[in-house]
Write a protein that binds this ligand. Structure first.
Ligand code: DQQ
Length: 572
């Protein structure tokens, strides 16, 4: 964005009177902590109160990032679903606007469910979303901004042609939803995918349209699977290449489907002339699928950021406490820190990294450690940072690999393996990593760690995020999430980054090749009582080449109010 655009935006914001909250003043967290809200986050996106699930229709439009989300305005549990709406200039600081889509018409009276935004060639944004109609059928609808000169696109009108896509005889009206962002083929015809289940098979049905209003279903779905049930929130996009039509089809395409509470993806080549998708691997749903995140992360959606030429991924991070807990808290659900997503060097799988903008929240004080040997069975504290609100990056150098334990080829599912070999199970090379949201005496701790095994032809790196000792509170799940990391420890160092924010820990292993997000609800390790440690419970020492930890400032995630103070994301 040019300087002139920034100045114009600042002017627009001041004239619209958006209330910001200076650091140290009101933030989404400080609004709540006085009311005993240890789990409210400080820099992850959440609405002021009530229920939130899927990210919807994220887009960058004329200098502003928009995030819509599935939102229940009345309660902290799922229901009465509308589209909440917030805007940002930097993907980190947000202003909450009024609800963008409410269930008002026969074609969505029972809920405005998930969908996506498409920027049409004449620079007009359009939203395709699922409505539940008067008969509770799932149908696909179109909404467009009422006033294109409003920079925040606050009001949306639903076209009188709705519904544009309705379930036909073979489509179960309960399994037909969540349209993707549409794309234009070389023939100038629009394509869009809708998630479905037909004859017990999960699939992405393909529709085509010349005018974005009249849509025809193609004979075959773009892809389907006998191994899965309903595909929710499909996503389909070129990776590596640009989204411009000229070279968009020369690159690989990712197809993501949400099922089984997890976001799975495959990579392949898309042929727009025939609308065929030639895949490199398929969904198997046996624990071996490629996944965006191996922890709590669902119904995600990407969008192309035309300003910074990057693809951004958002995912819904649900609570893992009880419904009664959510009602007590008065809220439920977070969004992940937006991640920039690229195809890794191997060309086989994706690599994700928190958007650079989040680093502006890092405070000046930093814990900086180099070349420290972490002896076998040892732990040390990382001091001087606010451990409940931190960003930690660490690089390990692991030698003596010939001592690694043997890998059993039947260990296909990394989560099962992390469950069996959680952080308290000592090993040879590993477990080593971080203990986050830990109490002083370590009675509470969330361990994020690695183990290295030797298989017949290579070393296997396992990454775990272990909640078995996360909280002294009863009734919480004690899952240990797991992922294999596609790296050769003989040739590469092992890196870990964790974003810690009161009740969420997002971890990125192997420079973002494997990601695990966890929800954590400590009883002792809250706010100033939280501590951060590095540990090695293996029988071989490991070396920390570099460890940096920063306290994180709170983001400004606040409702719009008529005040004079401006807010925008480039002020620091
Ligand atoms: N959430 C929406 C649906 C979608 C599901 C309803 C996925 O459209 O399939 O809130 O979490």
């Amino acid at each position: 964005m040019s300087v002139i655009q920034v100045i114009c935006l600042l002017f627009v914001l001041v004239s619209h009177g958006i209330e910001g909250s200076d650091h140290g003043q009101r933030t989404q967290r400080s609004l709540y902590t006085s009311k005993g809200q240890p789990y409210r986050t400080a820099y992850h996106f959440q609405p002021p109160k009530n229920w939130m699930n899927d990210p919807n229709g994220p887009m960058y439009y004329k200098g502003v990032y928009h995030l819509f989300y599935q939102y229940n305005p009345y309660s902290a549990v799922w229901g009465n679903i509308t589209w909440g709406h917030s805007i940002s200039y930097d993907l980190i600081n947000w202003v909450h606007l009024d609800i963008a889509l409410n269930p008002t018409d026969p074609f969505d009276i029972n809920g405005c469910w998930s969908g996506s935004a498409t920027i049409l060639p004449d620079q007009k944004p359009a939203i395709l979303y699922t409505g539940r109609d008067t008969e509770n059928r799932q149908v696909q609808n179109l909404a467009v901004p009422k006033n294109l000169s409003d920079p925040f696109l606050r009001e949306w009108s639903k076209t009188p042609h709705n519904p544009l896509m309705a379930p036909t005889n073979d489509i179960d009206p309960d399994f037909f939803r969540d349209p993707t962002t549409a794309w234009l083929g070389p023939d100038k015809i629009w394509r869009v995918l809708v998630g479905a289940q037909i004859d017990g098979k999960g699939m992405a049905i393909l529709y085509k349209s010349k005018d974005f209003v009249k849509w025809n279903r193609t004979k075959n779905p773009l892809h389907s699977s006998t191994k899965t049930k309903m595909w929710e929130c499909p996503d389909f996009y070129p990776i590596n290449g640009k989204d411009q039509v000229e070279d968009q089809f020369k690159t690989k395409y990712v197809l993501k489907a949400s099922f089984h509470d997890q976001d799975h993806y495959i990579v392949g080549k898309y042929e727009p002339e025939t609308d065929t998708y030639e895949i490199e691997s398929d969904f198997l749903d046996d624990g071996s699928d490629l996944r965006y995140d191996f922890g709590k992360f669902y119904a995600s959606k990407t969008f192309y950021d035309s300003e910074k030429k990057r693809r951004i991924l958002w995912g819904w991070v649900a609570e893992s406490d009880s419904e009664a807990d959510d009602k007590n808290k008065g809220w439920s659900g977070l969004q992940s820190i937006p991640r920039s997503i690229v195809l890794g060097k191997s060309g086989r799988q994706l690599v994700q990294w928190p958007v650079k903008e989040v680093e502006r929240l890092r405070s000046k004080e930093v814990f900086d450690l180099r070349n420290k040997e972490v002896k076998r069975r040892s732990v040390f504290e990382i001091t001087g940072v606010t451990a409940s609100q931190a960003d930690v990056e660490v690089t390990f150098d692991v030698g003596g690999l010939e001592k690694a334990e043997l890998f059993d080829p039947s260990w296909v599912d990394p989560q099962l393996l992390c469950d069996q070999k959680n952080a308290s199970v000592r090993g040879k090379i590993g477990p080593f990593g971080l203990l986050v949201l830990a109490s002083k005496e370590l009675t509470e701790q969330t361990a994020i760690f690695f183990r290295i095994f030797e298989s017949s032809d290579k070393y296997v790196v396992l990454m775990c995020s272990d909640q078995s000792r996360s909280s002294l509170r009863g009734g919480l799940k004690k899952t240990a999430y797991g992922a294999f990391v596609d790296l050769d420890p003989n040739k590469e160092k092992i890196t870990l980054r964790s974003l810690i924010d009161h009740s969420i820990v997002e971890s990125f292993g192997g420079e973002g090749r494997s990601c695990i997000t966890a929800r954590v609800y400590p009883k002792l390790a809250i706010d100033k009582e939280a501590h951060l440690y590095a540990f090695n419970y293996g029988s071989k020492s490991v070396k920390i080449l570099k460890l940096n930890a920063w306290s994180m400032k709170s983001a400004q995630i606040v409702p719009m109010k008529r005040r004079r103070r401006p807010i925008y994301g480039r002020e620091e």
